[in-house]
Design a protein around this ligand. Structure first.
Ligand code: BG6
Length: 487
């Protein structure tokens, strides 16, 4: 469905996010006909580029980050034709170009500002827009992490933006919410009758959330300031947890949904002081050297002045939700860099059957599991017990009811940013974080961080290419459970 025509101003237009994600996402939406030449993309940054130079940057980004099969020369020409550029330095208005001239003063043209810049520039840019009279009450502003490094700094960032923009104009991106499979969690839970009756502590033993990456932290400067807790748990993992744990909202209205997520965040049992070492494990990868391959350790990747860093590249934790639905059902979370494989998945482990009539049979019944695979090989699997065919008696076997997205749907799966960028134009905040959600997440994460900072022991070390430190295995095995690692 086509969206209204828009003027999308992208601050930080020469940056990595713009080239890797925003330009390709907009291109795909353009190619699919979701918008056309009535819309404009206006790059803005401190660099003094000409329009032609920016258009060249857009072309190069498409060349590099859009798969060859989707690079159609005629479409690229048309797309590049709607891209223009204005040099803007919010701190030096006198040296900036005239952004106002590039924007249309037509209420039917949606006005959106994407701030793909460091958060300390959010407030100056917002004020610049206001001073230059480019702010409109119906304009939208898009911001993205790092939205602070703790509750206080996140409040400061939000306050800065709120000086100009009202909450209903602010679109805080967590790109996990734009992933097709993450949105599918909503469909799975709330468009089927099957799961809701068993979606509670009476039937679910525990839940596992894994977001494992095989890549390392590399030389991304900011990672060392952040670490896995801030980089992945505070945002993506807690959002996933909310979608699994929340009560059914009354509608898909943005606030109805976000109210329910907020209730989950507020019901998370705080992990403080002495509990931190019992409920969390942090790790840092060490390198491996064999005759055929060598993987650097996290320490090796750091610049000289950062060596000895205790930043965690892995976190495992046990979270508990203090409400009726989830009392006594632990949520085990783990995420890390340089793990055995790239896989994000949610495993809902049901309780064992109350009584087995198959005690004499080979292979005791295993509890059902619902595996929601977010990436790669997106799909949903329900692990069931069946009778192994054959005359040999009642042998039981665990077999998946298997829904593979690739096999079921022929269409290309859109990238998260495609959906999110268009939702901004549609004015739909459902898949964006509200301020109170973000702050509730920081409030829960901060005491963990503080306890780690006080701790005398460093993160546990784990070998690159494994499932993390031994402490992560101990964390779950102490409870008589094991991490799900595929079947
Ligand atoms: C980002 C983190 O938010 O998410 C990165 O900053 C991480 O460290 C990335 O690699 C993972 O996203 P995806 O979409 O590849 O799972």
């Amino acid at each position: 469905i086509p969206v209204q025509p828009f003027d999308y101003v992208v601050f930080g237009a020469t940056g990595d996010l713009t080239k890797r994600k925003l330009v390709p996402a907009l291109y795909h939406r353009f190619m699919d006909g979701q918008f056309d030449e009535k819309s404009r993309i206006i790059g803005a940054s401190r660099s003094k580029l000409s329009e032609a130079e920016f258009q060249k940057l857009v072309r190069d980004a498409l060349e590099q980050f859009v798969e060859a099969e989707y690079r159609d020369p005629a479409t690229i020409d048309r797309f590049v034709g709607i891209c223009t550029y204005v040099p803007v330095d919010a701190s030096k208005p006198e040296e900036s170009g005239d952004l106002g001239k590039a924007l249309r003063d037509d209420p039917k043209v949606v006005r959106a500002f994407y701030l793909a810049v460091a958060p300390d520039l959010f407030e100056p840019i917002a004020e610049y827009l206001s001073k230059k009279k480019l702010y409109r009450r119906d304009a939208r502003v898009v911001i993205e992490k790092p939205l602070g490094h703790d509750l206080a700094s996140s409040q400061e960032i939000n306050d800065g933006v709120a000086k100009i923009f009202k909450e209903d104009q602010v679109y805080r991106i967590d790109h996990y919410l734009g992933k097709e499979t993450v949105q599918n969690l909503l469909a799975l839970r709330f468009a089927n009758t099957l799961f809701e009756p068993v979606w509670n502590s009476a039937h679910i033993d525990h839940v596992q959330l894994t977001v494992a990456e095989s890549v390392g932290a590399g030389t991304r400067g900011y990672y060392d300031e952040s670490g896995a807790l801030r980089d992945m748990i505070q945002n993506h993992m807690l959002q996933l947890l909310c979608l699994v744990a929340m009560e059914p909202p009354a509608s898909d209205d943005a606030n109805a949904l976000r109210d329910e997520k907020l209730k989950v965040l507020r019901a998370l049992r705080p992990i403080t002081n002495g509990d931190v070492s019992r409920m969390t494990v942090r790790g840092q990868y060490r390198g491996v050297k064999s005759e055929t391959a060598a993987v650097a350790s996290y320490q090796d990747e750091l610049p000289e002045d950062k060596k000895g860093s205790r930043t965690e590249t892995f976190v495992a934790m046990k979270a508990e939700i203090d409400n009726w639905r989830w009392a006594g059902v632990p949520f085990y979370l783990r995420t890390g860099k340089r793990m055995a494989e790239r896989v994000s998945e949610i495993c809902i482990q049901f309780k064992p059957i109350p009584h087995s009539i198959f005690d004499h049979a080979e292979g005791a019944p295993k509890p059902n599991k619902l595996i929601i695979r977010l990436q790669p090989d997106e799909g949903v699997k329900l692990m069931m017990m069946i009778k192994d065919p054959g005359p040999g008696g009642m042998r039981l076997r665990e077999v998946p009811l298997n829904l593979s997205f690739a096999e079921t749907f022929a269409e290309r799966t859109p990238e998260a940013y495609e959906r999110l960028l268009m939702d901004v134009i549609r004015g739909s905040q459902t898949l964006f974080m509200r301020r109170d959600e973000l702050e509730a997440a920081w409030s829960w994460v901060d005491p963990i961080r503080e306890a780690w900072d006080r701790a005398s022991e460093p993160p546990q070390s784990y070998t690159a290419g494994t499932w993390g430190p031994s402490g992560a295995i101990a964390l779950i095995e102490r409870d008589g459970r094991t991490w799900y690692e595929g079947t």
